[in-house]
Design a protein around this ligand. Structure first.
Ligand code: C5P
Length: 274
């Protein structure tokens, strides 16, 4: 069995630009991998077998790991049937990209186990067929993403940063949050400018999906206010929620009924995994 770490991500800023004719939304976002990891244990076998550490988590064809295996087989023409155990630590319905990361990690692992039939950019292009965030997880951990999230501009690692991830018990599906978006709640910020300013060391953290998620679950707005009152310099929802990341020189946040994870930004080096 080989072990591969599968990181979570946060969106340091997330601008939604417009709804497209195919139902997806055009976005522009600075994605960053963080040191909250699922673990994927994998070996080649003669039948596909997927198990997870979470009872009740579907392990059938709907699981993004199974989809990644099928896709890899289809694209390479190789008859690969791995045995995989997925140890989940990244909360689900949290906006942290756990499922997409698991799919990307599966593609990377299968490519390793079969002697590298694909380049990383091929894996990236294939991954985008499974989910909008999968391509990001095949970058080196910091990327400005556009399109529906699958068009990547890879960036050098940002200065190291520690942060807290706060995940309330409730979750939200990405689809539901996007379906509640109204053009009037979108910021008018220029994302290219936001990126320049960010890279110049004057970060501006914002997320156009907060308003829609707060409308779906008003307790998220209370949670954010509560965290802001505790004195963090930045408190922002990640992706479509429901998790928040908090930055600032501060003791452990004090929040009831939420999971709290201390993490750092993380990047991988060229040609090696996390
Ligand atoms: O691509 P993925 O399967 O992760 O997206 C889940 C859902 O989130 C989509 O079905 C769509 O409703 C919404 N979405 C969107 N625009 C994006 C990404 C996701 O509307 N850029």
């Amino acid at each position: 069995m080989l072990t591969f770490r599968s990181p979570a991500k946060v969106n340091l800023f997330l601008r939604i630009l417009r709804r497209r004719d195919d139902g997806y939304h055009e976005l522009a976002s600075l994605f960053q991998a963080i040191s909250l990891f699922d673990h994927l244990y994998i070996k080649l076998s003669d039948t596909l077998k997927l198990s997870t550490s979470i009872p009740g988590l579907p392990t059938d064809d709907t699981n993004l790991v199974s989809k990644a295996v099928r896709l890899f087989r289809h694209k390479t023409g190789l008859e690969v049937y791995p045995q995989i155990h997925l140890e989940k630590n990244i909360p689900m319905e949290a906006g942290l990209g756990g499922g997409s990361s698991n799919a990307a990690t599966t593609l990377w692992a299968l490519n390793e186990l079969t002697g590298h039939p694909a380049t990383t950019s091929e894996l990236c292009a294939w991954g985008a067929e499974i989910g909008s965030d999968v391509a990001f997880f095949l970058s080196q951990g910091t990327a400005y993403c556009t399109g529906r999230g699958e068009i990547l501009q890879s960036l050098d690692p940002l200065p190291s940063q520690s942060l807290w991830i706060i995940k309330p018990k409730v979750g939200l599906s990405t689809k539901e949050v996007y379906s509640r978006l109204h053009a009037s709640s979108l910021t008018q910020r220029n994302p290219q400018r936001a990126l320049e300013v960010f890279l110049a060391g004057k970060p501006d953290y914002f997320n156009d999906l907060e308003v829609a998620a707060f409308a779906a679950l008003p307790l998220l707005s209370n949670l954010k206010n509560h965290l802001v009152q505790q004195g963090f310099s930045n408190v922002l929802m990640s992706g479509s929620g429901t998790s928040f990341f908090c930055m600032g020189d501060h003791a452990t946040p004090s929040i009831d009924a939420a999971s709290i994870f201390p993490v750092n930004f993380v990047n991988r080096s060229d040609n090696s995994w996390y």
